[in-house]
Design a protein around this ligand. Structure first.
Ligand SMILES: *Cc1c(COP(=O)(O)O)cnc(C)c1O
Length: 360
């Protein structure tokens, strides 16, 4: 019922939805927790369930405080608003989600200049970041107010930025007295992928945003964590953005379940992504880079298939396998709780069928 692994379209066609882990529905345990949630007015700080989620999230990431927000986009923007002043620069990757897909909120609402540096499969080069930092003694320069990193890296294909690399970025930031924010929409995938505590990733940055509504399967919400003082400023930013919710405990209750049962099963998504990638590689070795399959995503290069990403996605959609092109010749397949190992095998069978239709 609520958690069907195999979905079907109205016509009865079997559907495997690999578009994103955001398509996951809340579990039975979440719906029960939502029904039973204790609530209060969260704008007065009186919702006990929201308070508990914020506290649990902060503890899990090793930070002082947390803030429940409506979405990852809102969490990242609250972080920018809380860390920076209008007229400053924010350094971030040229393929980062925040730069590409968050409606330019940094500039439009934060009043900051985006200073992009190359994303090397999701990695920011600490030297390039250091070179991008603007001089504070020059009247011509907008001063650097924030550095953003993304982990796991979406356009890198769910790649993990490990602690030693974060440490090198943090050293640059410290040297210049600039805070670092982590867009950790899938930070728990990174921690699970490395088999480390998520604190080992979070300790190198000043703030982290993570999503409850992606692989963790909650219906709504993200959490921003950081110092108590930072979260107080972020709370005002959230209000400014219209994100001051009232009896939000009904949503936070699902988030609390997500932090337990969701994190505990992420390794299954990673195993399914690997199964999918290896299956594709067996048929068309050049189509996937297995080294980059580290969490719950598989990027497929469609050039060796002789199709554009769009053409390949359309052909697979006709047989019920859904995913998006992310580049002219690249598609992204995402595994999640509602995709089983059997669905992966079915996907590979459909891949075979579609490949067989290619003109030789
Ligand atoms: C999904 C995502 C976000 C934004 O989350 P929404 O809840 O969709 O606003 C931010 N960063 C990354 C890397 C994401 O994948």
């Amino acid at each position: 019922m609520y958690t069907t692994a195999n979905q079907r379209s109205k016509s009865g066609q079997r559907i495997v939805d690999l578009r994103s882990d955001t398509v996951t529905w809340p579990t039975e345990a979440m719906r029960r927790a939502m029904y039973e949630a204790e609530v209060g007015d969260d704008c007065y700080g009186e919702d006990p369930t929201v308070n508990r989620l914020q506290q649990v999230a902060a503890e899990k990431l090793g930070k002082e405080a947390g803030l429940f927000v409506a979405s990852g986009t809102m969490g990242n923007l609250c972080a920018v608003l809380a860390h920076t002043q209008p007229g400053q620069e924010v350094i971030l990757g040229d393929e980062s989600h925040t730069f590409l897909w968050e409606v330019g909120g940094i500039s439009r609402i934060g009043g900051c200049v985006t200073h992009i540096v190359p994303f090397h499969d999701g990695f920011l080069d600490p030297e390039e970041v250091e070179r991008a930092i603007r001089p504070t003694d020059d009247i011509h320069a907008a001063h650097t107010g924030l550095i953003c990193v993304e982990n796991t890296c979406n356009r890198g294909g769910g790649t993990i930025i490990p602690p030693d690399h974060l440490e090198r970025l943090a050293a640059v930031a410290r040297r210049h007295g600039i805070p670092i924010h982590m867009d950790g929409a899938r930070i728990f995938n990174a921690a699970v992928g490395l088999s480390i505590d998520v604190r080992e990733l979070a300790c190198h940055v000043d703030s982290v945003m993570f999503c409850l509504s992606k692989g963790l399967s909650a219906p709504v919400g993200s959490v921003l964590v950081g110092s108590r003082e930072f979260i107080a400023r972020a709370n005002q930013a959230r209000k400014l953005l219209g994100g001051g919710m009232r009896q939000a405990g009904v949503l936070a209750a699902a988030g609390l379940v997500a932090l337990e049962e969701g994190v505990a099963r992420l390794h299954e998504d990673h195993a399914n992504a690997r199964r999918l990638a290896e299956g594709i590689a067996t048929k068309v070795p050049e189509a996937v880079n297995l080294r980059q399959v580290q969490t719950n995503m598989v990027m497929v290069n469609t050039r060796p298939l002789g199709w554009t990403g769009q053409e390949f996605a359309e052909r697979m959609a006709q047989v019920g396998i859904l995913f998006f092109p992310v580049d002219p010749y690249r598609v992204r397949l995402v595994t999640h709780r509602m995709v089983s190992a059997a669905d992966i095998d079915y996907t590979l069978a459909m891949f075979d069928q579609v490949l067989a239709t290619r003109e030789k």
